[in-house]
Design a protein around this ligand. Structure first.
Ligand SMILES: Nc1ncnc2c1ncn2[C@@H]1O[C@H](COP(=O)(O)OP(=O)(O)OP(=O)(O)O)[C@@H](O)[C@H]1O
Ligand SMILES: [Mg+2]
Length: 321
């Protein structure tokens, strides 16, 4: 059995087939050191890897935060992938997995595949993970590693002539990845990755402001504020000091502008493309700014209904046979 996994630094996205039906899951990567008290349900939240204890807790504000490059080879990455698999309906067993590395890790400075990093990631995933309830865990037979962003353009690139190229902009929780790929997937024209530009630019600031509204927020909760920023009822219900809601919303908007400006700055280094695809959880918040900047005609500017799942969907389309 094959499971396609986009193991982002803030959310793990998974696709697998169950009775020929495509299934999808998004599982946050909120872990902290140490184990938590067992409240008697069936959830597996306490894990052990190489003598280190970690627990899953999406609401705790003391969660370990990692940027994308440290995250890739960390013990928590391996734990998070096992934890995410346990959230699917698949019975724990040996599976083949496809996982991802950011462009800056997958390719070296000369845009050649960095086999050392690929091996490092595979080796990290082979570490044994157990849990406090002795519940059966998954194991991995074949592990394949693919670059981030590029597979998301697979179904579009096959229809684009080789003389033209597409810019794929992936704005995730902690990283911006940009790839310019020529039609028919015939080559990589240019790449750029910045592990300081992600939606976390906004979440960090929201957490700080929520504290002034007497509301302690984890990354997960701060994310929910961004997603629900237009939903007045939701904001009222989730802020302990409602008089601060306007401050929170205007901070979100200011930081969306800040994030968009940084994305545009990076995109400005690219030229000559005639298609744009924007993916990743942050796509809906920066797509207007990107559209204005690139001036690509609407028919050639793509953003799907579920941009956060575009990469894992691409992995699935490329590898399902
Ligand atoms: N509808 C939405 N509107 C705004 N932001 C969203 C939306 N959906 C998800 N996000 C944000 O997207 C981020 C997660 O995106 P994604 O899953 O692509 O990141 P990731 O792959 O974990 O990160 P990275 O690629 O940087 O390692 C979260 O910070 C979340 O707040
Ligand atoms: Mg990602």
């Amino acid at each position: 059995m094959k499971v396609f996994i986009d193991d982002g630094s803030t959310n793990i996205k998974l696709i697998w087939l169950e009775n020929d039906e495509k299934k999808v899951a998004i599982v946050p990567t909120s872990f902290k050191r140490g184990w938590v008290a067992d409240i008697g349900n069936d959830d597996i939240v306490n894990f052990l890897i190489e003598g280190e204890k970690y627990s899953f807790d999406k609401l705790d504000i003391r969660n370990i935060t990692t940027n994308n490059s440290e995250w890739q080879y960390s013990l928590i990455n391996t734990v998070a992938i096992h934890h995410a698999l346990l959230q699917t309906s698949i019975i724990p067993q040996e599976v083949d997995i496809t996982v991802t590395l950011p462009l800056a890790e997958y390719y070296d400075e000369d845009n050649q595949i960095n086999f050392d990093n690929i091996e490092r990631k595979k080796k990290n995933l082979r570490k044994i993970v157990s849990n406090n309830k002795n519940f059966p865990m998954f194991s991995f037979k074949e592990i394949s590693v693919k670059p981030e962003s590029i597979p998301a353009g697979f179904d579009k690139l096959i229809d684009i002539p080789e003389t033209q190229s597409m810019l794929i902009v992936d704005i995730g929780g902690t990283t911006l990845d940009i790839a310019q790929i020529s039609g028919n997937m015939s080559g990589v024209v240019n790449l750029a990755g910045d592990s300081d530009i992600g939606v976390s630019i906004i979440t960090r600031e929201i957490k700080r402001i929520l504290e002034t509204a007497n509301t302690c927020a984890s990354n997960y909760i701060a994310d929910q504020f961004i997603i629900n920023r237009h939903n007045k009822e939701w904001l009222k219900k989730n802020t302990n000091d409602p008089s601060k809601i306007n401050t929170v919303v205007s901070a979100i908007n200011q930081n969306i502008k800040r994030l968009s400006d940084r994305v545009i700055e990076s995109v400005s280094l690219f030229s000559g493309y005639s298609y744009v695809l924007v993916i990743g959880g942050g796509a809906p918040i920066i797509s207007d700014a990107l559209k204005d900047h690139t001036k690509i005609i609407p028919e050639r500017f793509y953003m799907s209904e579920t941009p956060q799942l575009d990469l894992v969907n691409g992995l699935y389309l490329m590898g399902r046979n």
